[in-house]
Design a protein around this ligand. Structure first.
Ligand code: PLP
Ligand code: COI
Length: 354
């Protein structure tokens, strides 16, 4: 694939690592590639980061024709850069695209565009502990028509942002509210995809939770409002007795790459991991009986985040005295160890950037 590179002549000053939040600062360039049914994917290019012009009728503005991905580039102690399981993002963006009738991107194209772009932006990968370069590939429809049809013109882009931790709490436990009014997704809908519409449907409950002092919402299934699904930006896991329970992939939750990696690491360490339905009732009983030992969320942005408090219908449940538990800590250390290259990647998950 030919990628034209138009380098910026006005490079920005890089921020101090200590000032990084999440997703507020962007690198010098962006990757763009266009699609049409006649030409397929074409015109791959890297341009200086900046605003762009789109037709006001573009499908993305009216019918939510948009899907995205999230992954990170990590700096190892020797200064080199690596990605974590980018092949999984290449697969998932296509599974999302298929659901909302956006054109799929050949995986090799996705990966080549990504690697070329990150290689150019290498100096933007921060150096301090816990920091990384968050990468946001996204794909949207830009047919210039108000008719509701499958997309014939689309654009794929990649932007990147140096980040610190997603939650202000860092590795300290977050407080999560179990949402019992709004629902995020239903089976047969788009819950398993990373489409912008899922996040639009989530925003109201998230805002309500934030006003009440909670970081995010824990969703229940959209039909019975009984089974635990996932949190706004992460999948969830619970240690109940000796069993690690995580909601099974029923079609309404995102098949997280961190979730998949955590399951593999935990099984490898000898834990019993069950992907099954978990009702809010069962969780409540486990809390009351003391069987619920630990809870955490996992995701690219959130990494492994302990959950110290859950609130359901106004009742507060404190988990593990609001402290990080031993399994959560072990999982955090192993996963971040692999991602930042501090421990051997025996799974072959990391991909070096030249
Ligand atoms: N669930 C939702 C709704 C998310 O937005 C994310 C973040 O991407 C996750 C789960 C975790 O997925 P992953 O581990 O692939 O980042
Ligand atoms: C990610 O972890 O990559 C996400 O997409 C979460 C996000 C909504 C910030």
């Amino acid at each position: 694939m030919e990628i034209k590179i138009n380098k910026s002549t006005n490079l920005k000053q890089k921020p101090e690592d200590s000032t990084l939040g999440f997703g507020k600062i962007f690198t010098d360039h962006m990757f763009i590639m266009d699609y049409s049914t006649e030409e397929g994917w074409h015109d791959a290019r890297i341009e200086p980061f900046g605003n762009m012009s789109l037709h006001p009728a573009a499908t993305v503005f009216h019918y939510g024709a948009e899907v995205f991905e999230g992954l990170k580039a990590y700096r190892k102690a020797d200064g080199s850069i690596q990605l974590f399981r980018p092949d999984e993002n290449a697969k998932r963006i296509n599974s999302s695209a298929e659901r909302i009738c956006l054109p799929e991107i050949p995986e090799e194209m996705f990966l080549e565009g990504l690697k070329t772009f990150i290689s150019l932006e290498k100096d933007w990968v921060p150096h301090s502990e816990g920091t990384s370069l968050y990468i946001r590939p996204f794909l949207f429809g830009n047919d210039e028509t108000l008719g509701v049809h499958g997309v014939h013109h689309a654009r794929f882009m990649i932007i990147a942002s140096p980040v610190g931790s997603y939650y202000k709490e860092g590795i300290n436990p977050v407080k999560i509210m179990i949402e019992d009014e709004d629902v995020r997704a239903v089976r047969g809908g788009t819950g398993y995809t990373k489409c912008g519409g899922n996040y639009a449907a989530s925003t109201r409950a998230g805002e309500k939770a934030e006003k009440m002092g909670y970081s995010q919402v824990l969703w229940l299934d959209g039909v019975e409002r009984k089974y635990i699904e996932e949190v706004g930006a992460m999948n969830v896991m619970f240690k109940i007795g000796d069993e690690i329970v995580t909601p099974k992939l029923t079609g309404s939750i995102l098949p997280g790459i961190t979730r998949k990696s955590c399951i593999e690491v935990l099984k490898d360490k000898g834990y019993k991991v069950s992907e099954r339905l978990l009702s809010v009732d069962e969780l409540g009983k486990a809390l009351e009986s003391g069987e619920l030992k630990e809870a955490w969320g996992c995701g690219t942005a959130a990494v492994v985040s302990p959950i110290g408090e859950l609130c359901y219908k106004g009742k507060k449940f404190i988990i593990n005295n609001g402290e990080i538990g031993a399994v959560t800590q072990k999982l955090y250390d192993t996963l971040t160890g692999i991602q930042w290259g501090k421990i051997d990647d025996k799974y072959g998950w990391t991909v070096p950037i030249k």
